[in-house]
Design a protein around this ligand. Structure first.
Ligand code: RP5
Length: 168
């Protein structure tokens, strides 16, 4: 586990990395250290269990788990830790992520996975949600989140054709 990481960022396969790049970049922008691991609920179930069991003692505060197809990674991790687990459904299979969404979101009562959107937007939102959780006890991070929101609003305004015509 990387030194001082507060977020465990797990992907079920190396092939998922292209979907989570923007989320990783955003964590970096927020200055949130993360530990990136390829861990599969199906191919490396023992490693997945061990990672989840050790996570809290290792200093992690949030775990993001991104997986495709029968995407049990986030749920398998959540079953072995009380840290907040955010699930990102990856659109890697023929079903384009609907399979991953359903298998990530439909957790039985008592073991939650905070499931975000399918694919790249989901990975970005997982990073933002992580920052929001950590910002509860980190005012500098809360300020970074406010600036991030303002940046989004400025971009949306710039992209508005009506404001361009008016020379705003
Ligand atoms: C899942 O199976 C992974 O998360 C990935 O989205 C999908 C396919 O994995 P590969 O066959 O590309 O390694 O476990």
């Amino acid at each position: 586990m990387a030194h001082k990481a507060v977020v465990g960022f797990l992907v079920g396969s190396k092939s998922d990395l292209k979907f989570v790049e923007k989320g990783l970049r955003l964590l970096e922008e927020f200055g949130i250290p993360y530990d990136l691991q390829v861990i599969s609920a199906h191919r490396t179930p023992d490693r997945a269990a061990q990672y989840a069991q050790d996570a809290e003692a290792a200093g992690l505060k949030v775990i993001i788990a991104a997986a495709g197809a029968a995407a049990h990674l986030a749920g398998a991790i959540a079953s072995r830790t009380t840290l907040p687990v955010i699930g990102v459904p990856i659109p890697s299979s023929e079903l384009k992520g609907l399979d991953s969404l359903l298998s990530t979101v439909q957790m039985p009562s008592g073991i939650p996975v905070a499931t975000v959107a399918i694919g790249e937007s989901g990975a970005v939102n997982a990073a933002v949600l992580t920052a929001e959780i950590l910002a509860l006890s980190d005012s500098a991070l809360a300020e970074k989140l406010r600036r991030y929101r303002k940046k989004l609003a400025r971009k949306a305004s710039r992209d508005n054709p009506a404001s361009r015509e008016a020379g705003k």
